[in-house]
Design a protein around this ligand. Structure first.
Ligand SMILES: Nc1ncnc2c1ncn2[C@@H]1O[C@H](COP(=O)(O)OP(=O)(O)OP(=O)(O)O)[C@@H](O)[C@H]1O
Ligand SMILES: Nc1nc2c(ncn2[C@@H]2O[C@H](COP(=O)(O)O)[C@@H](O)[C@H]2O)c(=O)[nH]1
Length: 199
């Protein structure tokens, strides 16, 4: 479970899309949200867009692996698909906030890798949100007001990467993913393989 978090606009979605394009072995965890779709967002691909009663029913029925309120909307990770995929050896990429990260870490500690992206500066962060042209000024102001408190959670992560140059940032995130895959505990079949070598 490879988690990318950051203050809004630091570049999680951009890095996640590139990782999904270039790495055939990781799948996106598609979250459920009560937020309205942005232009170009596709239901079922970017998010599963639901109304508040549906979200609440999913929470009440225990269908969420984690969930949180972020910027006045609810977001959550549906459990069934992720659990089945993990059992089959599938790696998953999560674009979730610090609250969801804490919940996943508490439930599945050793399966989780936590990466936090930082912007090179607060001005650059605001510039990125405005240039993205997907949110109203009010929404952007709200996200900027939360940026410092989001950044204060940087020390709850295993890795911290500053997203200044996008190619460099992507290279670092990819390196983390590849190194984590090489952890002995994550390599299935090593016992038989090393036995074969020693025979
Ligand atoms: N290194 C970079 N340099 C310049 N622009 C960037 C960089 N990384 C991302 N961007 C741009 O910044 C904007 C915000 O990026 P992105 O949508 O990936 O952020 P995010 O962290 O997913 O935000 P949110 O949490 O609001 O979904 C996008 O327009 C993206 O193209
Ligand atoms: N705890 C969770 N946080 C999530 C989830 N899906 C997305 N997010 C986070 O919400 C904010 C806002 O996202 P946006 O798409 O509206 O810009 C961002 O920090 C995401 O990482 C989730 O399932 N759980």
């Amino acid at each position: 479970m490879f988690i990318l978090s950051s203050p809004s606009g630091a570049g999680k979605t951009t890095i996640a899309r590139r990782l999904l394009d270039e790495d055939g072995k990781i799948a996106m965890s598609v979250s459920v949200t009560t937020r309205q779709p942005r232009p170009g967002e596709v239901d079922g691909k970017d998010y599963q867009f639901v109304d508040q009663p549906t979200f609440q029913r999913m929470v009440d029925d225990g269908e969420m692996l984690e969930w949180a309120e972020v910027f006045g909307n609810n977001y959550g990770t549906p459990k069934a698909h992720i659990k089945a995929g993990l059992k089959a050896g599938q790696d998953f990429l999560f674009d979730i906030d610090w609250q969801g990260t804490q919940q996943l870490y508490q439930r599945m500690e050793t399966d989780v890798v936590r990466v936090f992206l930082l912007p090179p500066s607060i001005d650059a962060l605001e510039g990125r949100l405005r240039n993205r042209n997907t949110d109203s000024d009010t929404v952007i102001d709200g996200r900027m007001a939360r940026a410092r408190s989001e950044i204060s959670h940087w020390d709850g992560y295993d890795f911290v990467v500053v997203n200044d140059n996008i190619d460099e940032c992507f290279g670092k995130v990819k390196t983390i993913l590849e190194a984590e895959r090489m952890r002995r505990a994550r390599q299935t079949g090593l016992v038989d393989f090393t036995r074969g070598l020693m025979r």
